[in-house]
Design a binder for this molecule. Structure first.
Ligand SMILES: C[C@H](O)[C@H](O)[C@H]1CNC2=NC(N)=NC(=O)C2=N1
Length: 178
């Protein structure tokens, strides 16, 4: 709160309605449209701030407990999904009727330690993004399914998380990707 107030005092008047902090407040709204507006406002407002204030704004909104990095929660169109998946080798779109509208990939590591260490690294990203995988671990194997409950489909959050998952798998001792 203190940081938020001191930041506001340093901002020029014209920015008073478009600060990252105000955008963070908007993020509390549950409507996807408001969330998208907040996301754009946050980005636009942050871009207008000098670097030193950007950092302060980010700390301020984090310390207020309102803001986690916000990516829009809107279901991708079929064309968008197909084009994103083309850049995500091994990720499959599930259409088996058991679990529609999700993407999935299976990883196989050298042993349980490697598998669990990978899951721990992914869990840290998931918490930071406020976006969580469904997963199943059996010894050295980790099966991961991603979808966005908030929009009942696949959103850009799933794509971003899938990229992070792939980069964390690459850091571990992978024996194969199924
Ligand atoms: C309240 C909280 O922000 C939401 O429930 C988040 C948490 N993690 C989530 N994870 C996933 N995979 N989908 C969501 O829609 C989602 N929503």
């Amino acid at each position: 709160m203190h940081l938020r107030c001191s930041l506001a005092a340093q901002l020029p008047k014209r920015l008073s309605s478009a600060t990252p902090c105000n955008a963070a407040l908007l993020c509390r709204s549950s409507s996807p449209r408001a969330s998208l507006t907040a996301f754009r406002l946050q980005r636009a407002a942050a871009a207008t701030l000098p670097m030193s204030l950007r950092t302060t704004a980010s700390i301020a909104s984090r310390s207020s407990g309102l803001q986690k990095p916000v990516l829009p929660v809107v279901a991708l169109t079929e064309a968008e999904r197909t084009s994103h998946l083309a850049n995500l080798p091994g990720w499959k779109y599930l259409t088996d009727g058991k679990r529609d509208d999700a993407i999935a990939k299976s990883f196989s590591f050298e042993d349980f330690n490697e598998a669990f260490a990978f899951m721990t690294r992914v869990a840290a990203h998931a918490e930071k993004m406020d976006h969580h995988p469904e997963w199943f671990n059996l010894y050295d194997k980790v099966d991961i399914t991603l979808s966005t409950h908030d929009c009942n489909g696949i959103s850009i959050r799933d794509i971003e998380l899938a990229k992070l998952i792939d980069s964390e798998a690459a850091r571990g001792k992978v024996s194969s990707v199924v």
